[in-house]
Ligand binder design. Structure first.
Ligand code: ADP
Length: 398
């Protein structure tokens, strides 16, 4: 069977990621990223046949639109326009409407736009991305793959908040989760790696990137996850605070803060950045910590402690555990962070495989710890959300 390539579009609030991907092998001849939209340093970069190119995006005009037009031109120049058979879009919030991948049409775009109340910056950009791609590639089928869809199997006891039930009935206030495509992918890869049947498997998947979340995955289905109504909940992240006492918000209002200021602070000025006072980037936090910065050390401690607490608490959602699976930029690469999380879990019997932990970095999967007590492993599995988007798109074409 000949290769079936898919153009994958991930239109973020201030970025545009794109890739042309083989839906069977995951090989990607072209990958690229437009970033810093809205800022003077907005740029677009791509990697084609191993070679990287970076271009500035003009300061005037709509950066999303300029970047998308540049991608379309690039695909033509590289003779890739006729190579892909579908366009797959990563969509952040699907609410309760979208429980799986759907073919894009005007009604889907409108519903994604309406669901922007759950992810204001992301869903608007996602809807615009779908519109732009429908115009640029009118003859190709387009598919929407939702970050929340994998979490739609959660039972009500996991997704409901202890608020008046009417808030759920009237406004669908509940936990939706995020990073679903990543939790889906690594749970399947973990079953393969351990030679387990997916239908009889139990994993705690830990996606640690700029955004971070943990999921409990039982027999291939999500049964709990740490992000909530929005991706602000759960773990501490690069710039997001994660869980806190909701009264902090009311307390700050009483201190004279405005609503937008409070939410900007919790989304963009908290997490690694807020605690360390230096950077939102885990590598930078680790460097500062090594240089003796005590606030960077505190950021590291809060982060690793909270991840471990979530992992331990998700044992409640499972009957047994086959593996904890680390993924995302931090989970795939950071030896000290993984080591400290496992250290915090020593009561569960996890013993680090030091060589395994050293080796499982920079794109390498591996076994990094074992617990005799639980009969469980800790694994590192690089995520590949784009590959899932390409696979889902081609599967739905059939
Ligand atoms: P996003 O959520 O934006 O997709 P990524 O999954 O790419 O983010 O993860 C970005 C995070 O991964 C950053 O905090 C970065 O510092 C961290 N990271 C990447 N490589 C390493 C490394 N070698 N050691 C520690 N952290 C790393």
């Amino acid at each position: 069977m000949s290769n079936q390539y898919v153009l994958v579009i991930n239109s973020g609030s201030s970025s545009l990621k794109f890739a042309v991907i083989d839906s069977q092998t995951g090989e990607a001849p072209l990958t690229g990223l437009g970033e810093c939209f809205g800022l003077p340093e907005a740029e677009i970069s791509w990697k084609y046949q191993g070679e990287k190119t970076v271009e500035a995006i003009s300061a005037d005009g709509n950066h999303h639109q300029c970047a998308f037009e540049r991608v379309v031109k690039l695909l033509e120049t590289l003779s890739l326009s006729s190579k892909f058979v579908a366009v797959g879009h990563r969509i952040v919030a699907g609410g309760e409407t979208f429980k799986g991948t759907v073919k894009v049409d005007e009604s889907v775009i409108q519903e994604v736009d309406r669901l922007a109340e759950l992810a204001p910056l992301h869903n608007k950009a996602n809807a615009e991305g779908m519109r732009a791609a429908m115009t640029a590639f009118p003859s190709l089928p387009q598919f929407a793959i939702f970050d929340t869809a994998f979490h739609q199997t959660m039972p009500a006891k996991a997704f409901m908040y202890a608020l008046p039930y009417e808030l759920y009935e009237e406004h669908k206030v509940r936990r939706y989760g995020a990073h679903g495509t990543s939790h889906y992918y690594v749970s399947r890869e973990a079953a393969k790696m351990l030679d387990k049947s997916l239908g009889e498997s139990s994993f705690i998947t830990v996606h640690l990137g700029n955004g971070a979340s943990v999921s409990a995955v039982k027999n291939g289905e999500c049964v709990d996850t740490s992000m909530g109504l929005t991706p602000l909940a759960g773990l501490m992240m690069g710039t997001r605070c994660g869980d806190l006492d909701p009264s902090v918000i009311e307390f700050l209002f009483r201190k004279g803060w405005e609503k937008d200021e409070v939410f900007e602070m919790m989304n963009k000025k908290s997490g690694f950045l807020g605690v360390s006072g230096v950077t939102s980037d885990a590598r930078g936090v680790l460097e500062e910590m090594e240089a003796g910065n005590t606030r960077a050390k505190l950021a590291f401690d809060i982060f690793t402690y909270r991840v471990a607490k979530y992992i331990a608490s998700y044992l409640v959602a499972l009957d047994s555990l086959d593996a904890i699976v680390f993924t995302g930029g931090i989970g795939e690469n950071s030896l000290p962070i993984r080591r400290e999380i496992l250290n915090n879990l020593k009561l569960l019997g996890f013993v680090e495989d030091e060589k395994g932990n050293e080796d499982a970095r920079f794109g390498n999967a591996g076994l990094i710890a074992t617990s005799e007590l639980l009969g469980a492993k800790a694994l590192v599995i690089p995520t590949n959300e784009e590959f899932v988007i390409a696979q889902e798109s081609v599967a739905l074409m059939k």
